[in-house]
Design a protein around this ligand. Sequence first.
Ligand SMILES: CC/C=C\C/C=C\C/C=C\C/C=C\CC/C=C/C(=O)SCCNC(=O)CCNC(=O)[C@H](O)C(C)(C)COP(=O)(O)OP(=O)(O)OC[C@H]1O[C@@H](n2cnc3c(N)ncnc32)[C@H](O)[C@@H]1OP(=O)(O)O
Ligand SMILES: Cc1cc2nc3c(=O)[nH]c(=O)nc-3n(C[C@H](O)[C@H](O)[C@H](O)COP(=O)(O)OP(=O)(O)OC[C@H]3O[C@@H](n4cnc5c(N)ncnc54)[C@H](O)[C@@H]3O)c2cc1C
Length: 668
Amino acid sequence: MELVDHLRDERNKAQFDVEAMKVVWAGSPQELQLCDRMANLVANHPAFEKLKRPMLVRKELFKNSLRKAAYARKLVIDLGLSEEEAKWLRFYIDEPTYPDLHWGMFIPAIEGQGSEEQKEKWLPLSRNMQIIGCYAQTEMGHGSNVQGLETTATFDAQQDHFIIHSPTLTSTKWWPGGLGKVSTHAVVYARLIVNGEFHGVHGWYNYYSFSFFLYLEDHSPLPGITVGDVGLKFGNGAYNTMDNGLLRFHHVRIPRNQMLMRVSQVSREGKYMQCDDVPRQLIYGTMVSVRQTIVAMVSRTLSRAVCIATRYSALRRQHSSSSLVVPCFLMIDYQSQQSRLFPLLASAYAFKFVGEWLKWLYTDVKQRLEANDFSTLPEAHASTAGLKSLTTSATVDGIEECMKLCGGDGYLVSSGLPELFAVSVPACTYEGDNTVLMLQVARFVVKTVSEVGYKEPLGTSSYIRRLNTLLHNNCLVQTGEDWVKGDRIVEAFEARAARMAVTCTQHLAKFQDPEQGFSELSADLVEVAVAHCQLIVVSKFVEKLAQDIPGKGVKEALEVLCYVYALFLVHKHQGDFLVTGYLTPKQASLANRQLRILYSRLRPNAIALVDAFNHTDHYLSSVVGRYDGNVYPNLYQAAFNDPFNDSHVPDGYHQYIHPILNQTLAKL
Ligand SMILES: CC/C=C\C/C=C\C/C=C\C/C=C\CC/C=C/C(=O)SCCNC(=O)CCNC(=O)[C@H](O)C(C)(C)COP(=O)(O)OP(=O)(O)OC[C@H]1O[C@@H](n2cnc3c(N)ncnc32)[C@H](O)[C@@H]1OP(=O)(O)O
Ligand SMILES: Cc1cc2nc3c(=O)[nH]c(=O)nc-3n(C[C@H](O)[C@H](O)[C@H](O)COP(=O)(O)OP(=O)(O)OC[C@H]3O[C@@H](n4cnc5c(N)ncnc54)[C@H](O)[C@@H]3O)c2cc1C
């Protein structure tokens, strides 16, 4: 049967080389080839079917996810896949499961916080999956407040043991992924007590379950340990494939050498030692690593939603305002649809490029940390925390908007958007609540501003070096065209961020107790942090454009996206730009007018720009976002694929509808 491409006319409008754009999006020809291979491996393997997922009850859903993870492991071994290939394989399987935490947090925690000897012992076991681990930090009563963790690890010098204990109900470990049912081991965060003295929160490598011996039929926890799942979560399917767990210890003994000993140590004699020159913050290092990973991945999540909404918008017709009878307008041609959709398309590209940059920054920091150079850790912490917060919030809001952009059909599970929303929304909370993370960024920015004059601002905060210029020189834009210049845009974002930071720093200085000031001004501080992070994203996009970008029309298409992203933010946050006095109302309205011109320049490329994401139909799992655009027959068919349509007479019909129809309600 001949395949009809319902989006062919749209594809023919493209003004750039889509294959070349695919390389830019993927990062390199090698990355494109790798992702393509893994995406198709998953798409063509029946084991990874996922359309029925939302219909399954939790136990079936969970078993199904274990089966998929086992198949994935088999493929990794049979095909001899590298760790990088295995990572992409898991990504395209598109189902949160215990390996995410095992590879994403448990192993990095040992790598970052274990001594050489500990790494030598535990890493091979972990990498071969002879043990499966999770990251048990959060407690029922303490998530954001890591210093408040209550679980204790008391050193018993006589037996050379630590005694791990949960002294209160609120000290129950609560939420760790992979903990509830699968993991054999955990990195547990607890307060260290040596000779009756507290030494703050540390990490322990701990095992809590007999399931280490996988052949045992009795998968019961070790004595003194209570473990379970926290319960059903938001959205059927979605994150319910993960066994987020609870864990309580009742005086559980572990050998002394299971304390992760890179940051500090306890000797056989019970002497506590902080390792020379290694900052305590290193025990938070795993979070820095995962926040970076989240930023590296988030653009794909947003691109998926945007791809679905763009394709459907380019197919579905609505009535024009002059004729209510003849459907003529494609949804994508409504200005109002463009003004909601195109900034999201631009954001996906912006987040991709900032993610690449953050990966570079993190790789550099990691190498430095290995060489005991901790100088760039604060910058890495602020950048990973801030960008994780900014990009996940924007992505989750963006998915919801894409759902609305598809009208009623976006609300159908078969659109792929509700499940995508449900699986993504906890990213605003896990790895640090997004507001709490922005407050960390604000601390970093305010500290940098306060230290001007005696400490040189570096990296992402180096704009603060030019504080005088940024505070006193106002915007030079006179025409709409003036707004489409990279350096001018970056300067506008620098001036806004600098002015907001200085104002907040001055307000803080009026408080006698800085912590009270920080608390009272926290809403303003979050805005300072958002301005700083948006500046990073915009400037990394502009820097990307300064690189050599091959392919016909590719650079030009990216320029339009960059300016759409930046000017959309200028418009959305025009209050900041106006209140700080950097822009006049006239300049703000020129930005908005220019934005509309940019939308019309983006319009012919819209479908090609989402095709460049190179998403398979399997990954999208969306009837309305199909590559061939053949939506309506498939939408109709999808309705009949729902088991609810197996029969015309649902359970309960005879019992509850007949009495109404027959007026025999009294018999009920
Ligand atoms: C939309 C979705 C799309 C894509 C998703 C794609 C992929 C997903 C991939 C992976 C995700 C998979 C699964 C997720 C699993 C989730 C796991 C978890 O959630 S683990 C638990 C995470 N918990 C947190 O994040 C807790 C948050 N709280 C904190 O981090 C800290 O306590 C806090 C930062 C709030 C600091 O508390 P505070 O008491 O104020 O400070 P403290 O005294 O502890 O330290 C202050 C001092 O330390 C510096 N600092 C803080 N954190 C760090 C750090 N991480 N690294 C370096 N330095 C740090 C801080 O700046 C300060 O320094 P100064 O004294 O000012 O110099
Ligand atoms: C799906 C999922 C997976 C998870 N996986 C893991 C895991 O593998 N391992 C693990 O250890 N944990 C895990 N977590 C826990 C997660 O890290 C915490 O939920 C997160 O750190 C937030 O903590 P909390 O839930 O206690 O929220 P809270 O800290 O109670 O926050 C609640 C509200 O209070 C506000 N707030 C809190 N503190 C402040 C403050 N200082 N200033 C201003 N506002 C504040 C927040 O902004 C938020 O609005 C997971 C959570 C989820 C949802």
